[in-house]
Ligand binder design. Structure first.
Ligand code: HEC
Length: 139
């Protein structure tokens, strides 16, 4: 008697489990999991190092993280944004452009800003990589 009364409950449980498995279908395969997660998680240590470098070099005195405009453009949402330069050209703020902008700030100057970014900051390649990871994380 006892066993037959709990039978529907067990059945319900099995159905629920089957449904749960079906809805996350294939999530156990690494490829499906990666697709669900989307873009790779930024390297947290690298982002932290970039944040520290940006503070140490005084970048954040001219570049805000909250959308406000200081002497330089904000880094909020900067990554992947299209920028217009005083020479009439445009570029998307990707890794390559950001590296150029940090190492050679006067190569192209963003419209609406004065060329006041210090051109000879002793930022190492490793620090540039970290700062770019940090900029990418400022959404
Ligand atoms: C004295 C103010 C000042 C400081 C300090 C400064 N910048 Fe800038 N930065 C600017 C200005 C102004 C611009 C926009 C004009 C241009 O393109 O040169 C700019 C542009 C940039 C850009 C282009 C993309 C954008 O919209 O921000 C990057 C990347 C950048 N700076 C990174 C840095 C980093 C990294 C540091 C620190 C190592 C730094 N800046 C320090 C003023 C500054």
């Amino acid at each position: 008697m006892r066993a037959s009364r709990s039978y529907p409950v067990v059945l319900l449980g099995l159905v629920a489990m089957a449904l749960a498995l079906a809805t996350c279908g294939g999530a156990s395969s690494p490829a499906a999991l990666a697709a669900q997660l989307g873009a790779p998680t930024p390297d947290i240590a690298l982002v932290g190092a970039g944040r520290n470098a940006a503070l140490r070099y005084g970048c954040l005195g001219c570049h805000s993280l909250d959308g406000s405009s200081l002497s330089g453009p904000t880094w909020k949402g900067l990554y992947s944004r299209e920028l217009a330069f005083t020479d009439g050209t445009r570029a998307v703020a990707n890794d390559r452009y950001l590296e150029e902008a940090i190492k050679d700030p006067l190569a192209r100057v963003i419209q609406g800003y004065a060329p006041v970014m210090p051109p000879q900051m002793p930022v190492s390649d490793e620090e540039v990589r970290a700062i770019i990871a940090f900029i990418r994380s400022v959404k």
